[in-house]
Write a protein of this length. Structure first.
Length: 229
């Protein structure tokens, strides 16, 4: 039986210390299967982004177990965590583009951190991903000359160009119009079906719920509903 790419067991997480210590995640257990699009929903402060960053090895796992691509994150060394992050793709609401680099150069950074391919192949892959996202005529533009939606699509291209095994996305469609947002989510779903890429997405965007394979709703750090437990 194939091992699930993401397995969370009895996860608790806290912020602060002493009397200011506050629990943000309460005893969450989830198994996320390969190739699907899972959406995390819930009001602001419900723990969605905290859970996403714990799965992405961007926060230290304090209590419980998080196993991602066979790697237990609780107690893992920084070297192991860095190696794991290189197998993941991250899309954040803040696009985090380098202002001094063109769209193509920003996307190339998604390959350089992985050390994948030679320069010619890397540039071809970056150009192809930008073309798919409707940015063929913006490849040489600096971020200052791109709209908010175009910047977000460059960030999506950067996350996907290395063919990650898992994509973790925090509000990836927030800056996009309806058509662009649908196109990005369709692309994530297609890559799940064709390459087995697993996507976990935090969103408040009701327009894309119909495309989800699974919807998990959090409230006050707890899972309150799950369409596919």
């Amino acid at each position: 039986m194939e091992q699930a790419p993401i397995r969370v067991r009895n996860l608790n997480h806290y912020f602060g210390a002493g009397e200011a210590r506050k629990q943000a995640i309460f005893d969450i257990s989830l198994t996320i299967v390969r190739g699907g699009l899972t959406i995390l929903m819930g009001p602001s402060g419900s723990g969605k982004t905290t859970l996403l960053t714990l799965i992405g090895a961007l926060r230290e796992v304090q209590e419980g177990s998080v196993v991602v691509l066979g790697q237990e994150l609780n107690g893992a060394s920084e070297t192991s965590l860095v190696a794991l992050r290189r197998r993941l793709g991250f899309i954040f609401q803040a696009h985090n583009l380098h202002e001094s680099l063109t769209a193509t150069q920003n996307v190339l950074m998604g390959l350089e951190v992985h050390g994948k391919g030679n320069t010619v192949k890397q540039r071809a892959a970056a150009a192809h991903m930008l073309d798919i996202l409707g940015l063929a005529d913006r490849r040489t533009y600096l971020p200052a000359n791109l709209s908010g939606g175009q910047k977000q699509r460059v960030a999506v291209a950067r996350a996907l160009v290395s063919n990650p095994e898992i994509v973790l996305a925090d509000e990836p469609t927030a800056a996009l119009d309806k058509d662009s947002g649908h196109n990005v989510v369709r692309m994530l779903k297609a890559m799940g079906q064709s390459r087995g890429m697993t996507t976990v997405m935090v969103t408040h965007d009701p327009r894309i719920l119909e495309m989800a394979d699974r919807i998990i709703t959090l409230e006050e750090g707890r899972v309150v509903s799950d369409t596919n437990p």
